[in-house]
Every structure is written in structure tokens, then in C-alpha cells.
Design a protein. Structure first.
Length: 467
């Protein structure tokens, strides 16, 4: 029986373990934090649970328009202790559910850390395990090792988190009260999501962005639409403003910008990216190729350059999404255990930013099309004309669809809307299954529904086929 050791129990690790156990392999996961890893206990699950609380507050916005007297957002109070307690409780429950599923599947769970030892006879890999409970280090031999150790928040030398006023996104749940004025440094996905959530909860928010717009790596039309919503709701956004340092001054923080300006707030939230957890795994000594940034180099079936050593998830730097990490892990096990497997296809991966409104994308990007890299026709359909959007009071958002010029094959799409994470699904299915705008347009949709605009966008692209 092939013994598999997985270092890291996040989505990449535990999904890989479930696949390997299903194929009757002897599987061991070594994880320090608990089943689900940092994703479930500290990052994705907690942040989206926190955002869910902000969504409840948003439900009280502009209720007069619907004939409902709620006294508005001013009458809403948010108990940070209860919100954070719910966050931790749900994260722990999800971790417990994952742990139970792994044990039921026959996966051995070890609480501790691990690193690669020396190569042993028979092409087995020796893995050194240090248990969390203080027991002595010991070694196990594995035919296959999966590195799935994830990443941690990047720390700037002149903005050291103190857990009280200068915070990483893993520390905000320790606050007993919501910040009076939160300065968010970094306007990527994580920074935009937390800025949006805190703004909804009534916190004064300043978003410091080093680029000319928020979420610079997302669709430009979508990012600018969300930035307009942020500004309309009172967020101060400082574009083209790079933070050099964050200093604590009593009960305040001062953010020093590269151009000499300063921003003062009650708290600073650092959202300046992540670094891979690969430094203490013995990878370089073992001969595993690692990039200058510390990411493990893999091919499209999750192999490293060393036979029998695979890697998946955020530690590879491929695409920092739980869904991608999980698929990388599954692919690694299918490949290692001799199953038929298709290489990872990033162009079919749907991604979502959990701001309000949400931003979802799949397939080719606007930049790919505009640069001529991908020949495509496109249509952008505002939701303002959608009957269901009118009923729900949705005034911001759109559906964007890309298709091949001649065949009409759907190759990508963008959605800005409440619950865009759900609305992107039909477009993702079209991209994954090579559907045409003709097929999408002929799908009967519910009326009234937001998804009706997906079919409408497809119909508009059909009309252009005869041009």
C-alpha cells in the first residue's frame, strides 16, 4: 500500500486526503492548527462569516424605499464581541466537521509540524514529524509527500502588528469593540473585502491603495463600479498612495505615506499580501525547486521536480483560492495513485470578491481581450434594466460576457451584483463545458430573476453574429 504523508490540513491537504483514502491509500495528515488549517480557522471561513454579519446590517439600508420604516442604519448597533464569537464558533464547527469526515474516511490526523528528512532506500521519502504535545520528533517513510502548508499574512518591517491597534486580518477577531476609524492598507481582494464589511457596520474607513484604483488585478469596469459604491457610501479612498510605515501613537495609529502625507486612525489593518509557509520544510536541502519568493514550483499535475514530492495550495503561488488549492490537492493524489487525471485549467476557475456588491469572474479577462491576446466579442449589460434588480433596489452592477468572434463559444464573464458568487455559476458552466452564446440564450430562465440577464447578454451577442 502506498503511504502518503500530507503536510498541511487546509483545503489542499484535506481534499487530497479524502481522494487518496477513497483510493485505499494509507494517508496521514500533519497539521498544527486543526482540520481545515488556516483557511478554515483563521482566514477564509472567518472572514466570510464576518462579512455575513455586515450583510445583515446592509439589509437595513434604504428600507424606506420599500415602505418599511426601520429608522435606518443609524439605529443599528453591532456588538463586536458577539460577532467575533460567532466567527470563531462557526470556524471551529467547520474544522470539527472536516476532522470527523477525515477520521471516518480512515485518514490519520497528527497534530504537529513536519519537514522533509533524507531520501531513504526504495525511493521512499523520510518525513520528520514534531508533535504539538511536546513528544519527541520521529520519522515516517512515505512513497508520496504532498506539501500543502499554505501562507501567512505578509508583515512589513515598518508596520509591525501589535494585535491591538496595528492588525493583520487574523487578529481583528480579538478586538472587543469595532474600530472608530479603520485605515486599511492594501486595496487588493482582502483589503477591499474588509473595508467593505467594516464600512457596512458603520465604521469610518480609509482605504490606502498604492495603485490608481482598488482591486487593480480585477476587471477594471467591475473594480471601478465597486469603488464608486464605496465612495458613495462614505469610504475615503486614497489611490496612488503607498504606505511606508505605520506607527502607534497612544490610542491612535499614524500611517506614513511615501509622498510625506500621513493618515491618522484608531486602528490599521494590514492587507499587503501573504508569504508561503515553506521556510522550515527542508525543501532546499532536499532538492525541491523553490522560487525566489519561497513558492514551491509545480507543474499542472502538482508535481515538484523531485519524484514523489507534490505541492498544492497557496504555498505554490498558483492562484490563492481555496477551490484551486483543493483541486490541486485532488489532482496530486489522482496522479500519484495512477488515476486518469486532467491537468489544472485555470481559465475555467471562477473567483469571487466578497465586497458589497460582490465581484465574480471566470475565464478570459477584459485585459486579455483589449490587448488582442484573446480574440473575442463582448457585451456589458447593466442590471438597472433587470426587473428583479428593480424590485430588490439594486442600482449598481452588470453582467459582462465574452465569446469567440465566429463560433460564439463562451470564453469568460464578469458579474457585479449582490450574490455574484452564485450568479457566475451559469457562465462558469458555459466556459467549462464549451457552450455557445446560442445555447446559453436558448436556456429558459426564471422571470423575474437576475440570472435572466445572463441569457439576455447571450442573446445580444447572438444578434451580433449576423453583423
Amino acid at each position: 500500500m502506498n503511504r502518503i504523508v500530507i503536510i498541511g490540513g487546509g483545503p489542499a491537504g484535506y481534499e487530497a486526503a479524502l481522494v487518496a483514502a477513497q483510493l485505499d491509500a494509507d494517508v496521514t495528515i500533519v497539521e498544527e492548527d486543526g482540520a481545515g488549517g488556516a483557511c478554515v480557522l483563521h482566514d477564509c471561513v472567518p472572514s466570510k462569516t464576518f462579512i455575513a454579519s455586515s450583510d445583515v446590517v446592509t439589509g437595513y439600508r434604504d428600507t424606506e424605499e420599500f415602505g418599511v420604516h426601520s429608522d435606518g442604519l443609524e439605529a443599528i448597533t453591532v456588538d463586536a464581541t458577539l460577532v467575533h464569537g460567532r466567527v470563531r464558533r462557526l470556524a471551529a464547527a467547520q474544522s470539527s466537521d472536516i476532522h470527523a469526515k477525515l477520521i471516518k474516511a480512515g485518514v490519520a490526523m497528527i497534530s504537529g509540524s513536519a519537514r522533509l528528512g533524507e531520501d531513504s532506500l526504495g525511493h521512499h521519502h523520510k518525513v520528520r514529524i514534531t508533535p504539538t504535545d511536546g513528544d519527541a520528533e520521529y520519522s515516517v517513510d512515505a512513497g508520496t509527500v504532498l506539501i500543502a502548508t499554505g501562507a501567512t499574512p505578509r508583515i512589513l518591517s515598518d508596520a509591525q502588528p501589535d494585535g491591538e491597534r496595528i492588525l493583520t486580518w487574523r487578529q481583528i477577531y480579538d478586538l472587543r469593540e469595532l474600530p472608530e476609524h479603520l485605515v486599511v492598507i492594501g486595496s487588493g481582494v482582502t483589503g477591499a473585502e474588509f473595508a467593505s464589511a467594516y464600512l457596512a457596520m458603520g465604521v469610518k474607513v480609509t482605504l490606502v491603495s498604492s495603485r490608481d484604483r482598488v482591486m487593480p488585478h480585477e476587471d477594471a469596469d467591475a473594480a471601478m463600479a465597486i469603488e464608486r459604491v464605496f465612495r458613495t457610501r462614505g469610504m475615503q479612498i486614497m489611490n496612488n498612495s503607498r504606505a511606508n510605515a505605520v506607527r502607534r501613537q497612544g490610542d491612535a495609529v499614524v500611517v506614513e505615506l511615501a509622498d510625506g502625507r500621513t493618515v491618522t486612525g484608531s486602528h490599521a489593518l494590514m492587507c499587503v499580501g501573504s508569504v508561503p509557509n515553506t521556510a522550515d520544510l527542508g525543501l532546499v536541502e532536499y532538492g525541491v525547486a523553490v522560487s525566489p519568493g519561497g513558492y514551491v514550483t509545480t507543474d499542472r499535475v502538482s508535481r515538484t521536480n523531485v519524484p514523489g514530492i507534490y505541492a498544492a495550495g497557496d504555498c505554490t503561488g498558483v492562484l490563492a483560492l481555496a477551490s484551486v488549492a483543493a483541486m490541486q490537492g485532488r489532482i496530486a493524489m489522482w496522479h500519484a495513485l495512477g488515476e486518469a487525471v486532467a491537468p489544472l485549467r485555470l481559465k475555467t476557475v471562477a473567483a469571487n470578491v466578497f465586497t458589497d456588491p460582490e465581484l465574480a469572474t471566470v475565464g478570459v479577462s477584459q485585459q486579455d481581450v483589449a490587448s488582442g491576446k484573446v480574440p473575442a466579442r463582448e457585451v456589458m449589460l447593466p442590471l438597472t434594466g433587470n426587473a428583479r434588480a428593480k424590485m430588490a433596489g439594486i442600482s449598481d452592477g452588470f453582467i459582462k460576457l465574452f465569446c469567440r468572434p465566429a463560433s460564439g463559444l463562451v470564453v469568460g464573464g464578469v458579474v457585479v451584483s449582490p450574490r455574484a458568487s452564485e450568479l457566475i455559476m451559469p457562465i462558469a458552466m458555459a466556459v467549462e463545458n464549451h457552450l455557445t452564446v446560442d445555447q446559453l440564450a436558448h436556456t429558459i430562465t426564471i422571470y423575474p430573476s437576475l440570472s435572466g440577464s445572463v441569457a439576455e447578454a447571450a442573446r445580444q451577442l447572438m444578434q451580433h453574429e449576423s453583423d
